[in-house]
Design a protein around this ligand. Sequence first.
Ligand SMILES: NC(=O)c1ccc[n+]([C@@H]2O[C@H](COP(=O)([O-])OP(=O)(O)OC[C@H]3O[C@@H](n4cnc5c(N)ncnc54)[C@H](OP(=O)(O)O)[C@@H]3O)[C@@H](O)[C@H]2O)c1
Length: 189
Amino acid sequence: MRGSFRIEGHAITSVDGMIADAAGAMPDSLKFPSDQKTYQQALEQAAMIANGRLSYEWQANSPKRKRLVLTRSVGGLAPDPDNANAWLWNPAGASLENACAALGVGGGTLAVIGGPFVFSLFLAIGYDAFHLSLAPGVRLPGGVPVFREQGRGRAPGDVLAAAGLRPGPTRVMDDGVAMVEWTAGGETA
Ligand SMILES: NC(=O)c1ccc[n+]([C@@H]2O[C@H](COP(=O)([O-])OP(=O)(O)OC[C@H]3O[C@@H](n4cnc5c(N)ncnc54)[C@H](OP(=O)(O)O)[C@@H]3O)[C@@H](O)[C@H]2O)c1
């Protein structure tokens, strides 16, 4: 917990730990019904979202969601001119607490939805949970990793483990997606 906030990350990766292809785009091969459903359900429960410019989730309720959009284009905080429910946030110039206050959100779940700059920023702030889905049989050589810390041969789980999170059981869905919830408190039921 960070104050009154529970911080939860969400990503689906290829088997080689990538969230987007070598061109920087998230391919359709990473889109699975089971993952999209659980992702949407989680975002419906969230009090607010933090995302990079290319990580907007494009769901029916997306425009209604309170969000922080990470950018260097502002010194600290500024209202998003394109979205009345969003603020632009540069963590170099404003704290997370100030950013949440600007949005008018006092607590609840903050859903972190990527990409790598945003996932790594919150690795340092501290996740309560990270929902990691693995897309069966998909490889994205030279792609975009979940975390900037991955480097050569390091899997997203290695980074989460190094940050003190522990994996719960793997749930394999009907479409083959393997879902693991990593938590700061250890294994979940
Ligand atoms: N498979 C998945 O689960 C998943 C999840 C999320 C994203 N993705 C994919 O990953 C790819 C990358 O997404 P992304 O571009 O949103 O990733 P990202 O690297 O997290 O986002 C870049 C964003 O962070 C900002 N930024 C970068 N450095 C910063 C700094 N030092 N201070 C403040 N802000 C900074 C950039 O803003 P400025 O350039 O304006 O400064 C930009 O908005 C996309 O293809 C996306 O679809 C996949």
